[in-house]
Design a protein. Sequence first.
Length: 318
Amino acid sequence: QEEKLLDALKITAYALGTGLLLFTALVNFTSWYMQNIWDTSDPFWQTTWLKFYDLVEGNEWTIFLWGAAVVPGLAFWGFNGILMVADVTGKPAFITRYRIQLGKNDPVDTKKLRQAIYTALFNQFFVSVPMLVPMFYVMKWWGNTFSKELPTFQWFLMELSIFTLIEEILFYYTHRLVHLPLLYKHIHKKHHEWTAPIGVVSIYAHPLEHILSNTLPVMTGPMIMGSHIVSIAAWFSLALVTTSISHCGYHLPFLPSPEFHDFHHLKFNQCYGVLGVLDYLHGTDQVFRQSKAFERHRVLLSLTPLSESIPEAPKRAE
């Protein structure tokens, strides 16, 4: 028995050690490869940035407005514009065949869609943009945000990791907060009118919720780090597109899985976070882990919809 246990420990140690070495090698190779691409293209981006800087004559508020509002806004509406065409027309089939909740939003209710668009625009122009004013002065205080020199690739990756961690913590706990009965009834219920969400619904929310759960978790990281405006533009754009994917209702090939948050809209009391780490620690994903949605919660690397390859279990006859 002792020999078997020793052999098992050796095999386990060998497997873990090999896996760790391979993982480390992969991370180092990826970092090296991306750094080479960055170094090769760095003169182009640096020159482009300086041209833009000179074009606006170094006006910091103009630069900040473009980086923190215009560029992310274009990313959000550009991505969701494509999705809304599919939601309304049912075409192209390349998108609609990947619908998660089959038979829902097929096509989407145009009256509800218009309401969602109006609310999203209101939140962007009358909530998010005013919140950029105090953020602007915080970034000016740091003194690095409007530098003529772009941040290095390694620094941006580190910032991105910190931003993601901060967003996960703040979003999870503020999201659970607005699920308290009183706050849910008067604030968060608006967002949950969509049990089968679409992309633009990602910022369809009560203004207070938009401040607390949508905007502050994303803004806090750059304010803590004193980030460059280019990093802020990239992070805000990434955050908006990612949350749109989480709400879009389609599990599309080669994109992050939206199954986790789609399940939250379906069940209400599961999957509160972004990454799912805090849900695992707090046990708020147990029902999700027992569902078919959990089996489908991965990046789709083929063109076969996961609703076909991993279908729901047939309902029992009553």
